[in-house]
Design a protein around this ligand. Structure first.
Ligand SMILES: [Cu+2]
Length: 108
């Protein structure tokens, strides 16, 4: 009885250690932009070189896309799209379906 109990405790300790190790490995930041009410929220995000932006679709009945000059997501109603920004600069994007639905990523 006592032996079984201590094995269980050891297993929990190992799981906790693994969890904290994977958090430490993720050094780049991810900024989330939501597609909601036919707009990008937030419209302008500021990040650093090597960081990611993750767009999350939350307008369930309206399709959108994220379109940059050189890259674009697919048009969809739910899902995500992630890009890593390796160079500094200001990158504007828009949704090709909705005029005025614009966003900007400023990479410092
Ligand atoms: Cu749209």
């Amino acid at each position: 009885m006592t032996t079984m109990l201590s094995i269980g405790t050891a297993a929990v300790a190992v799981a906790a250690l693994t969890g904290s190790a994977s958090v430490a490995a993720a050094s780049a930041h991810t900024t989330i932009v939501t597609l909601k009410h036919i707009s990008f929220v937030k419209e302008t995000v500021r990040i650093h070189k090597g960081d990611k932006v993750k767009w999350v679709w939350k307008d369930p009945t309206v399709p959108h896309n994220v379109t940059f000059a050189k890259r674009h997501s697919k048009t969809q109603q739910t899902g995500i799209y992630t890009l890593t920004f390796a160079r500094s600069g200001t990158f504007t994007y828009h949704c090709t379906i909705h005029p005025g639905m614009n966003g900007k990523v400023v990479v410092l």
